[in-house]
Design a protein around this ligand. Structure first.
Ligand SMILES: [Zn+2]
Length: 145
């Protein structure tokens, strides 16, 4: 079994929707997406407001030069855990998606290494990341209105 944690995530932007493998990597800071996935799925590309120099995965350099492109926020679904994320666009064909330490710190997921499964019991996720709560909130607003 691999020492890294891979998650199947569903990406959605407007009517576009696809599944991709994401590597959880505490060695990366931000989240990234491989350029070929962006092109394949015809995701919009925009200029990165804060270009980042050189990122590495497992200590190996991935790119030469700053990361200058990013996606707009897209909906990212892992099971019933839903959020909006934007990704730095990098050239890393072996890593279609990378979720970095910032993502780990935000959601504080529980990782069961023996089965490579992840759950989201944190307070942050409880209030922010579950669709049924969004629906309930929306329904409450409708009732209140
Ligand atoms: Zn969450």
């Amino acid at each position: 079994m691999s020492r890294t944690l891979w998650l199947t995530v569903e990406i959605r932007l407007g009517r576009r929707q696809f599944f991709e493998q994401a590597m959880v990597d505490s060695g990366s800071y931000r989240n990234s997406i491989d350029r070929s996935v962006v092109l394949r799925e015809k995701l919009p590309i925009r200029n990165n407001i804060f270009p980042l120099m050189l990122e590495t995965v497992d200590g190996r350099p991935l790119i030469n030069g700053p990361i200058t492109k990013e996606t707009p926020p897209v909906e990212v679904k892992i099971g019933n855990h839903v959020e909006e994320l934007q990704f730095d666009i990098i050239h890393a064909p072996r890593y279609p998606l990378i979720l970095g330490i910032h993502w780990l710190e935000t959601h504080d997921p529980n990782i069961e290494w023996s089965t490579r499964t992840v759950s989201f019991p944190s307070r942050y996720c409880h209030y922010n990341c579950f669709r049924h709560r969004w629906n309930r909130r929306r329904r409450d607003e409708i009732i209140a209105g």
